[in-house]
Design a protein around this ligand. Sequence first.
Ligand SMILES: Cc1ncc(C[n+]2csc(CCOP(=O)(O)OP(=O)(O)O)c2C)c(N)n1
Ligand SMILES: [Mg+2]
Length: 546
Amino acid sequence: MSTAPITIGSYLVERLRDLGLKHAFGVPGDYILNFYKMMEESPIKLVGTTAELPSGYAADAYARMNGIGCCLTTYGVGALSLTNAVACAFAEKSPVVIVSGAPGLRERQRGHLLHHTFGGYDSQREVFARLTVANCVLDDPLTAFREIDRVLAACLRHKRPVYIELPRDRVSQPALYPHVAVVEEPTSDPLQVRDAVAETAEMLRDSRKPVVLAGIEIERFGLAAEVIRMVERHSLPVAAMLLSKSVIPENHPLYAGVYMAGMGRPEVSRFVDDSDCVLMLGALVTDIDTGLFTHTLDDSLVVHATTEGVRVRRHVYPDVRLQDFIAALVQAELPGFNNPPPRSEGPVYAPWKAEPGRILSVSRLFQKVNAVLTEDLVVVADPGDALFGAADLIGPGRAGFLAPAFYATLGWAVPASLGVQLARPTIRTLVLVGDGAFQFTGLEWSTAIHWGLNPIVIVLNNHGYLTERVLLEGSFNDIAQWNFHKLPEVFGGGVGFDVHTEDELEEALTKALADRSRAVMINAHLAKDDMSPCLRRLGERMAKKV
Ligand SMILES: Cc1ncc(C[n+]2csc(CCOP(=O)(O)OP(=O)(O)O)c2C)c(N)n1
Ligand SMILES: [Mg+2]
């Protein structure tokens, strides 16, 4: 056991470790260097990324898989580059801890202008206060230890990012008195749980076509197994949403598919929209998840339970924790329903057999992707047709699926695949990314190679910003053409495939899957105007709105 005194920095490292953090992402800089050193000497591994923004996406995906993620950054130039990733983590509920170094308190007193600073010394914290659920500045050893506890507890409770600012001359400041970590769990009001469940059970008993919609909080709060128990016990059909795709095993007999109202598969939309009692569990009701709010769910038929409380029709029960509500529903006495999920109107992506020499199309590409999905292959999709096409994939069992399907920030997927594979070394990622999106952050593929990881990246190369083209065509949607398949040469690792035809895709994916020792880059050439059914429906609806 170390006899070294506990310091602000060492306590922060220790708490992050206790919470299960094994990797932290970022780029060093002088204001965070001595904390970097402290982390380096701990069991937590430091993963250097090509820039701060991708470190944020990597940490976000890591947090989605691991329960907590972390970015280390220097002040100003680094931290401010991270903001977009932090906003994404906030919007989509991902527990990321941002630790930013800052000028030391002593050096501030001289009144000189210090590099990387802008405005007052509180400006950066004010920016992050808007993007996080809790923030602190560890400038005082009297309060720093409690502040670390408070901020980390908020991160885990809300599954949203938090901001910790650490002035560089406070990292090694010892505690003034012994401190024991305090972790308080919120509890439900038992009477509210009883009433909320009784009212929900009554609605369910009166319904003939009940449906459960499993949202993203079910994934984040680790409640999928409990939801499955609940739907199995009562024979309730269950649909997922795009943001929570694959939260329910997609081959489960009660699984109805991904619900996206007017943008989704018609048989799933009809099934949910026709329901006379929709139990929404942990769902974010976003424009993309509801096909631009084309859903017809009537408030009087909906129970909406989230981590912020339960609403049954128009009655609100704020002090009911989602896990307690679901646990009580498992036990509720219900009749057992007979509302089987819709039969697919023919699989969107039918079985695959390559036709040699046939030019690759979007639908055939996704057909092939669907055919190779296995439980240890996690699909990571970037916004664009990569995501919309992926909406209709039907994975075996609980094959993972990750995408920024609400905040929709381009360039998320490649760095995210780094986070996913470091969080879960036994799985491989299949990254679906547009040519435009790849140009945002594709350099991060080199970090994956550097770490000996083996993501398979498929660039859907449709010569520009197709999703924007669908809304409004113009020369601004054309982008520089890259030979993506030649990147292995530049990055000094991995293997690339230039794919124009079905048999070339077949060969590339067969080789990629057979060889787990290398990262793979597939440059999949597609026609400029070819698109998935989902993007076509989105385009039609958006065009009416803008
Ligand atoms: C960071 C960011 N900037 C801009 C956008 C707006 N945007 C949405 S889709 C899109 C085009 C994406 O092109 P690509 O990645 O090639 O996918 P495609 O639409 O061609 O399938 C753009 C620019 C965004 N979503 N995120
Ligand atoms: Mg494109």
